[in-house]
Design a protein. Structure first.
Length: 213
């Protein structure tokens, strides 16, 4: 139904490919919608580390797209629920995959980051699609030593990509019957002290990712 041409393709191995695309204008966020979505971020959440509560600086939220009530967007802003559902259809029809979960991250400034990780909660061997809104941020990708470890394979040089406003990325597992992107590779959005000012988002970035859990 939809066909899109990648602007950049990076093959990590023959079954794990990262592709970057611009998104069609009907799914883009303009100034008003970016501002609305920014306001929807939940409070910072806490995680337990070494027995202590640590507040995570990055705002984030995950929910199942098929749930009857969404944790955000229902009351204040009428467009959000339809937009998420249309984006899900777009993702599924463009990439011939199934997704059921949205994970949104709000990066207020260069102190907001996400550390190296694989999306281990996904159904094994599935692909993940992410949308980028607002300020550009660098995302880095690299390799784990094996499926069962968090140890990094230092012989594989990390690859850096700039995620720009109204663009998207596909972390693709080509053959969904064997280890792929999330099994073999990590990704992160590192902290930074240099963010170019976006005309209306300033230094704020929002990412909206879709996955199958
Ligand atoms: O902000 C991003 O694009 C990265 C999000 C991320 O790491 C994830 O969804 O696992």
């Amino acid at each position: 139904m939809y066909s899109l041409e990648a602007e950049e393709i990076s093959e990590f191995d023959e079954n794990s490919i990262l592709s970057l695309f611009s998104i069609p204008p009907n799914f883009s966020l303009n100034k008003e919608r970016f501002t609305d979505l920014w306001k929807m971020h939940p409070p910072r959440h806490k995680i337990q580390m070494y027995g202590k509560d640590i507040e995570v600086y990055r705002y984030s939220l995950s929910f199942n797209i098929d749930d009857e009530a969404y944790p955000i967007g229902e009351d204040e802003e009428g467009w959000f629920v339809d937009w998420i559902q249309d984006l899900r259809t777009f993702v599924e029809k463009t990439f011939f995959i199934k997704v059921n979960t949205v994970y949104i991250n709000w990066y207020e400034d260069g102190k907001a980051s996400i550390a190296k990780h694989r999306d281990a909660e996904c159904v094994p061997y599935t692909s993940v699609v992410g949308f980028n809104f607002g300020a550009s941020r660098v995302m880095r990708f690299g390799k784990f030593e094996s499926l069962l470890t968090k140890r990094i394979d230092k012989s594989f040089p990390a690859r850096k990509f700039t995620m720009k406003n109204n663009s998207m990325y596909l972390m693709e597992t080509v053959d969904e019957s064997m280890n792929g992107f999330q099994e073999g590779y990590w990704h992160e959005v590192p902290k930074t002290s240099t963010i170019s000012l976006h005309p209306y988002a300033g230094i704020k970035r929002i990412s909206v990712t879709f996955r199958l859990i």
